[in-house]
Structures are given as structure tokens and as C-alpha cells.
Design a protein around this ligand. Structure first.
Ligand SMILES: *[C@@H]1O[C@H](CO)[C@@H](O)[C@H](O)[C@H]1NC(C)=O
Ligand SMILES: *[C@@H]1O[C@H](CO)[C@@H](O)[C@H](O)[C@H]1NC(C)=O
Ligand SMILES: *[C@@H]1O[C@H](CO)[C@@H](O)[C@H](O)[C@H]1NC(C)=O
Length: 223
């Protein structure tokens, strides 16, 4: 069975149930060795192609059995494959706008080649939220309070590929958390996520899905 558990997500005004076939603990050696204490996986579901790019829902799973992510929370970074920009983020924000001087009228949220995304705080306005956002980047462990071991945001990417053949996945992912160092593997295209509509009468699927896994690699040293 593909669908083993579900999370609620809002995409624009539509609510969908977001099903995770991936939670059935299949062992995998996809990125180096599989870590017995779990990992952090970020999954990108492209939910819409746009005239100059795509909209994706990015979901971060803390699969680490007993390690939580403390305040001030996770920071997810990457390097764009080309000259992509972030038009908009819902449920999170980029820490730097970067150089958007080539844009005259509509100014992107971030033009940085290496954006870093952080979660919003719990007091974020309703229209800037999606399900599983806005906990200040704090994540419970997988064996802790499970509903809070997941974080999500929606990102609109421009100046990007507009089909599953032309889109380029971001590279060199980084995951940063207070006091800990993580090492991320390469992103991989995986089977598109299946979503179930709120009335449970229709299944849709992501247009394209990729994920990236990051492993805890030690205590952060301050120099
Ligand atoms: C991410 O992809 C890897 C490799 O295909 C897979 O082993 C893993 O279960 C996936 N994780 C999620 C959360 O989709
Ligand atoms: C990360 O953890 C998930 C859940 O335990 C597992 O399905 C996946 O295979 C792991 N990924 C890697 C690369 O070890
Ligand atoms: C790309 O989309 C086509 C149909 O539009 C589909 O057949 C193909 O499997 C998709 N490829 C990927 C990598 O998702």
C-alpha cells in the first residue's frame, strides 16, 4: 500500500491530504551508509508549473529517533543549478534577498545563488502560513511528538525549468541546526508523492518529486 499516513497541507486555498508512502522504514543505502539513529529528509513536491518556473511544497522530516531541533531552529540551504530566483515563500522566508538589481518591476523574494530558508514564528499571519509551518524551526524527534517532527513551506521558483525535463534540482544542500553539524547527500528524483483531497474522494500526484537526506555528523564547534 502506497499510503501509510497523512498530513494536512494547504496549497493556495485548497486543502489536500498529503500522504507519505515513504514512512514505512525501508532500509536504504541511498546516501552513504544508512544511519541507525535516523536522518533529516527534505522532500520537494512540484505542485504546479508556472510560466517561468514552478511551485513546490518542501517538507522537512526529522526522522532522527531521539534528536530534536531546538530554537532558533533549522536552516535549509542550497545552491541553485542555474540563475533561479525565489518569487515567494509561504510558511518560511529566505534570510537574504541577495542581488535582485536585474529586476525592475516585480522584485523577487530572493535572488541569492545560495539561499538559506528559515521557518516563520508561531505568530505568522494567517495568509503567510501553510500546514506544518511556523514553529520557529523547532522539530520534535521522530520518537517524540510525531506531528511536530515535520516542517513545511511552499516556494515559488522563477527563471527555472518549467517541465520535468527542463527543471534542475538545487544542489549542495545544507541543513543547519543549533549546536549540530549535518552533512547532506545529493538530491534524487523519486516517485511522485500521492496526495488525497480533503474529502478523500480524489487522489492527485505531485508533478515531480525529489528528496535529499542529511545526516547528523557531530557537535558544532564554535571558534
Ligand atoms: C528519499 O529518497 C530515498 C532514495 O530514493 C529513499 O530511500 C527515501 O525513503 C526517501 N525519503 C522520503 C522521505 O521520501
Ligand atoms: C532516512 O530515514 C527514513 C526513515 O527512517 C528512511 O526511510 C530512509 O531510507 C533514510 N534515508 C537514508 C538515505 O538513510
Ligand atoms: C515527466 O513527465 C512525463 C509526462 O508528462 C512522465 O511520463 C515522466 O515519467 C515524467 N518524468 C519524471 C522524471 O517525473
Amino acid at each position: 500500500m502506497l499510503i501509510s499516513s497523512a498530513h494536512r497541507l494547504s496549497i493556495f486555498t485548497t486543502f489536500v491530504l498529503f500522504s507519505l508512502y515513504s514512512l514505512n522504514f525501508t532500509p536504504s543505502a541511498a546516501y552513504g551508509r544508512s544511519n541507525p539513529n535516523g536522518n533529516i529528509t527534505s522532500k520537494w513536491d512540484v505542485v504546479q508549473w508556472t510560466p517561468d518556473g514552478y511551485v513546490a511544497v518542501v517538507t522537512i522530516y526529522n526522522f532522527q529517533h531521539n534528536r530534536r531541533i531546538q530554537a532558533p531552529g533549522w536552516r535549509l540551504g542550497w545552491t541553485w543549478a542555474k540563475k533561479e530566483v525565489i518569487w515567494n515563500v509561504v510558511g518560511a522566508k529566505a534570510t537574504r534577498q541577495g542581488d535582485c538589481s536585474r529586476f525592475k518591476r516585480n522584485i523577487p523574494h530572493s535572488c541569492s545563488k545560495n539561499p538559506t530558508i528559515i521557518d516563520l514564528k508561531p505568530d505568522a499571519p494567517y495568509n503567510q502560513r501553510i500546514a506544518n509551518c511556523c514553529r520557529g524551526g523547532v522539530l520534535s524527534s521522530w520518537f517524540g511528538y510525531r506531528p511536530h517532527s515535520v516542517s513545511a513551506f511552499q516556494i515559488s521558483v522563477g527563471n527555472a525549468g518549467t517541465t520535468n525535463r527542463t527543471v534542475r534540482m538545487p544542489k549542495k544542500f545544507t541543513f543547519d541546526a543549533p549546536g549540530a553539524v549535518y552533512t547532506c547527500g545529493p538530491s534524487k528524483i523519486i516517485r511522485p508523492t500521492i496526495f488525497i483531497t480533503a474529502d478523500r474522494r480524489r487522489m492527485t500526484q505531485a508533478l515531480m518529486t525529489w528528496n535529499v537526506t542529511c545526516l547528523y555528523s557531530g557537535v558544532k564547534r564554535f571558534t
